[in-house]
Structures are given as structure tokens and as C-alpha cells.
Design a protein around this ligand. Sequence first.
Ligand SMILES: [Zn+2]
Length: 241
Amino acid sequence: MSRYFYLRPDKATWATYRGEFNAVPKWGLPGLKDCPGCGASWSSWGTHYPAVDLSELPERHEFEEARQEPFHEFVRLRELVRPLAPPNSKLPPGADFGPLVGPASGRFAPFSGLESCWIVVRRDTFDSLQAAGVRGLLGCKTELKFRQKTPPELIELQIEPRGLLHRDCLPPDLAPPCTTCGRQGFTLPDDPILDEASLPTDTDLFRVGNFATVIIGTDRFKDAVEQGGWEGIQFRELPVR
Ligand SMILES: [Zn+2]
């Protein structure tokens, strides 16, 4: 049976490498304004599908400006994206698509971006992860603009929402998700537990489906990172129930 680790940025590595980028995904769904079901105005963070390419969509410009929209307009835009997204994808308000765009500079660690809930890897790291047999890796090009002469090739991994936090680690009085917009408002528990029955068995890297900012790697992923001697990630094992 796999073991599961919550991946956090290793802050000590930042000081060593000093690679920086100020990037945002190229396209995104708007946030939701005044849900007709629950009344909330909200936007998710962490749901990013870098492999979903909206460049051929005639309406792509409607996905370029961060904003909030009423439910009917949010749904219209979401349904334009759905055929381009992986089957059965969660597409909450604020979900992002396409490559990271923006300026970047400096020397990059093997892994970066985790503080923004992305995983950006150097090309050599990506190739080694694949060679190590890490499953479910989908590498996507970035559109980061470097001023230096020999910029590194940086690849973002598409990490899809799979699996759930176990009910036992959530507040006992937590209301079920809104049937209109899907929102279920809670803060991340101090001691998260993963729901074993919900966990994917075909990938070594995923986001938690009901808390997309939490990125999980299996022991196979952790072993590959440690055997490569790569820095940039701290691993915290989470219990499974
Ligand atoms: Zn709602």
C-alpha cells in the first residue's frame, strides 16, 4: 500500500537558489458572485490545469481578466472550457488554465512554485522523475520570460484534484457542499487525514479534491526526489483512514 505525503515548499532552498517568478496562469474562470444557492461570493485557489489550452477558443479573451461574475455567466464560461478539460474535471470558480505567463529570473531549484500551489520543475528533474517510474506525470510548457542569456527550461506539472480529506478530520457540524456551486467552506485542519477509499491508485501526484491547495505525493514520488538528491520540497506524511 502506498504512503501519502503532503508537499510543502522548503524555505531553506529559496535562500540557496534565489530563482523567482512573478507568474499567473494564462486563462481562468471568473470567481462567483452571490451564488443563488448559498449566497457566497468565492473563488477557489490551487485548481490549475496547465495542459488545458484555450488558444483556439473564439471566446478566449473572456478568460483573461480576473473578476467575479453572477452564476449564469460563470456557468456559460465553464461550459465553454469543459470539452477541453480532462473528463469529469472539477471546474470551480477561479479555476485556471494554460501556461504560467510572466517574468522570471535567477537560478531555479529542481522544484519551485509550491508556495503558489504549483509544481514547476527543471527539464532535467522532469526527465529523471520519468526515468524513476513516477506515475501520472503530465509536463506542460511554461511561458516565463527570462532576461538572462541561457534561461532554464521550466516545466509545470498538471496536478489534478483526486481523492478527499476524511470526514473525521473535518468539523463535525460542517454542512454538505452547496448543490448549486459546490462550495464547502472550511479551513484546512491542523491534522489532515486522507480518505483511503477516495484516493487514486494510478498516479503518484495529485491535489486533494476537497482542498485543492493540498498537493499529495506518494512514497514512490518521495523516494525519487530523495534519490535524486533534489531540494525544494518538504514532505509530511498524512494518515489514511
Ligand atoms: Zn453555492
